[in-house]
Structures are given as C-alpha cells and as structure tokens.
Write a protein that binds this ligand. Structure first.
Ligand SMILES: [Zn+2]
Ligand SMILES: [Zn+2]
Length: 385
C-alpha cells in the first residue's frame, strides 16, 4: 500500500524543460530549499521513528470499542473545547496573553490530531509523504507572514478606513443581544458565504485556478497541509473578506472566538483521522466532503467549496458526498501530476506559461485538453480501511 518517496514527491521540482522557472527555483529558492532540507533532518526524520511505533498500536486499535468511541467523539469534543477555551480567553477582554493563547489553541489541536492520525488513519498511504512536512511547515509560517502583509495592503488601500467608516451601521445591524455562541456561528456563516464564492471562483476561473493549484498540489491530506496556499490567494482573500467585515461588525471578542473556531474546524478538513462524522458532514466542510474536493478529476473536485460550513454548497448545488461511497485516497491535480512540491516551485508555478504541457507526465499527449485528465476512478486506490 505504501508508495515510494518519489511517488509522494514531497520534494518534486519544476520539470527541467521549463528552463527559466527551474533556474529561478534553483537559485532564488536556494535558501528555502536549504531550510526544507534542514527541517527534514531535524523534524521529519526523527519523528518518523516515533510515528512508526504508533502504527503498531493502530493495528491493535482496529475494531475495538475505544476506537469506535473516539471516532464519534473527537470532532464534537474538539469543537466544544475550542468554543469553551475561546470564550475563556476573551472573558476578561483582549490582552497580549489572549493573542498568545489564540495562536496556541490551533497548534495544540494540531498536535493532538497528529497522533490520532497515526492511531486511526483514514488512509495509511497518507501517513507519510517524503519531505512534504518540511514544505508545509514553511508554507504555514510563510502563510502567517503573508496574512500580516495582506493586513498592511488592506490598510494601504483604505479598506480598513472603509470598514471603520461603516462600523457604526454594521454594529447597529449586528444582533449583539443574541447568545454569544450563536453570534460566533452566525459570523462564521456570513464570512463563509464569501469564502464559498471566492473558492468557487478559484476553481472555475482558469487564471485564478493557477493560484489555487498550490493548495491542490497536495498528494495526501493531513492536519498540517490545510493551510498550504499561494501568497496571492492569501492576499486576495483578505481583500475580499473586507466586504463581510464592513457589512457586519460583531464585537472583537466574538470575532476572535470565531477565528479560533474557524481554525479548529479547519484542522478537520485535512486531518487523516478516520472519524464517524454522520450528520456533521451536512453542516461542516470536513471529512469526506473535503476528500472529494481534492479529487484529481475536476468533475468531482469542483465541489464542496465551503470553508467551515457546507451549507452554502448544499444551497447552491455544489455539494458532493454520496451516501453509499467512501472517497478514495488518490488525490492531487489530475491535469498536472508533475506540479512542483518545493516551496519555491509552488511560489513560481502560477506564473509559468504552458502549464498544461510542463506539469503533465511525459507520456501524456500534449494535444489533449486540460479537462481530459485521467479519471481518478480508473487509477484510484481504496483507503486502507
Ligand atoms: Zn479548492
Ligand atoms: Zn484542502
């Protein structure tokens, strides 16, 4: 069942025939590549030994009552805990300590998701992926950096001023007297309406798909790579989000708890834990919903766009989650199996010409249209369970 490291290609580079891009990736990306190698040695390889010991335990856990209980309770427990901790953090107003706690909560949830992935994996094939953990760690940190930069760009474009000017009106509209938990979910729901259309545009408009392809380049789903995104996607989404932020103005406390909730739900979008989610998958964009979203065949992958909720997909007809089926684990970009996996390669790829030819397998016919990518169902591998 295990694939070779080369197949997983956590370090796959821009193909040689794209000489200019490859040159830029090599020389401008050298510091990033050095960082990938260092992280691989100090983070990925040493922890692999520990993880493989957990694998043995996971076989013992199969079919037990404990595993069944965990598979039903991990998600609701995490969400309730995030909600509880979120409100605890803002109980006495927002301070620098609150912000620190805010940064730590999703990391803590991630760290307990990682062993759970090993103990009860959805796909054993997804447990390891070359040095993609090193790449994803850098993408996580660089994503936070670009989020900060996007805040500055939003300020520079006077969008912050616009939001502040509209605040009194938005504040009047916002139901401050409602239960705080309802306010949190209402805020996420409104924001997610904007995420839904932004994400749908990223898939349906070819120029935008180039930017979003960095996210879909992943060949396995695990807790850390949900945040893999090109800086242009991060910045343009921040600009787009200025609209709901201008329209609705909950208190800063509600907005902060909402962000914690978004991050906590987000971990379950990519986590490789075999959970019994039941009706939660008709409310949130998690589990199988997002596994279908990463199908290499765009006919299926162009679905389930919700960031946190799946409700907008159900309403707008893009929900895909057949009841009698489990998604396979052969994911990626069907039309671009040679998409680069280095940090520099991911940054450069959207700007490269002739992508249809460069990122295809050498055997693929260059005359085929991009929509004629091999259908995932022909080559799929079933999950280990
Ligand atoms: Zn997508
Ligand atoms: Zn994803």
């Amino acid at each position: 069942m295990a694939r070779s490291e080369q197949q997983h290609s956590g370090n796959r580079r821009i193909p040689k025939q794209a000489r200019v891009a490859r040159f830029i990736e090599t020389w401008l990306g050298a510091p990033l590549h050095a960082l990938e190698v260092i992280l691989n040695w100090i983070l990925v390889k040493p922890t692999r030994w520990f993880w493989r010991h957990l694998d043995r335990l996971s076989y013992k856990l199969e079919g037990t009552l404990l595993r069944k209980i965990l598979s039903h309770t991990v998600f609701p427990f995490t969400i309730l805990l995030a909600l509880f901790l979120g409100f605890k953090l803002v109980e006495n107003g927002i301070s620098s300590l609150t912000v620190l706690g805010f940064a730590l909560i999703p990391i803590v949830f991630g760290l307990y998701c990682a062993p759970l992935e090993r103990l009860m994996p959805y796909s054993r094939k997804w447990l390891e992926g070359g040095n993609d953990t090193a790449v994803d760690t850098i993408m996580y940190v660089s994503g936070a950096f670009w989020s900060g930069i996007s805040g500055l760009i939003v300020s520079a474009l006077f969008i912050v001023g616009m939001v502040e000017a509209l605040e009194p009106y938005g504040h009047d509209l916002w139901p401050n007297h409602w239960n705080p938990i309802v306010q949190v979910f209402l805020f996420i729901l409104i924001k997610d309406f904007f995420r839904y259309w932004f994400h749908r545009a990223l898939h349906e408009i070819p120029a935008l798909w180039r930017i979003h392809a960095a996210h879909h380049s992943v060949e396995r789903l695990y807790w850390l790579n949900g945040i893999r995104a090109h800086p242009l996607e991060i910045i343009s989404q921040a600009l787009w989000y200025a609209i709901p932020l201008a329209l609705v103005q909950p208190s800063a406390e509600i907005a902060l708890v909402a962000v914690i909730m978004q991050l906590s739900i987000g971990i379950f979008q990519h986590s490789n834990i075999d959970l019994e989610l039941g009706w939660w998958e008709y409310v949130f964009s998690i589990g199988d919903n997002h596994r279908y979203h990463h199908y290499p065949d765009k006919g299926i992958g162009d679905s389930n766009y919700g960031g946190e909720f799946i409700i907008w997909d159900i309403l707008f007809g893009t929900f895909h989650n057949p009841r009698d089926e489990r998604p396979h684990d052969n994911i990626g970009i069907g039309t671009a199996p040679e998409y680069p996996m280095t940090v520099a390669g991911l940054y450069i790829a959207p700007f490269m010409p002739n992508q249809k030819d460069v990122f295809r397998t050498p055997s693929a016919s260059s005359n085929d249209e991009i929509a004629d990518a091999p259908n995932a169902s022909e080559t799929s591998l079933q999950p280990a369970e």
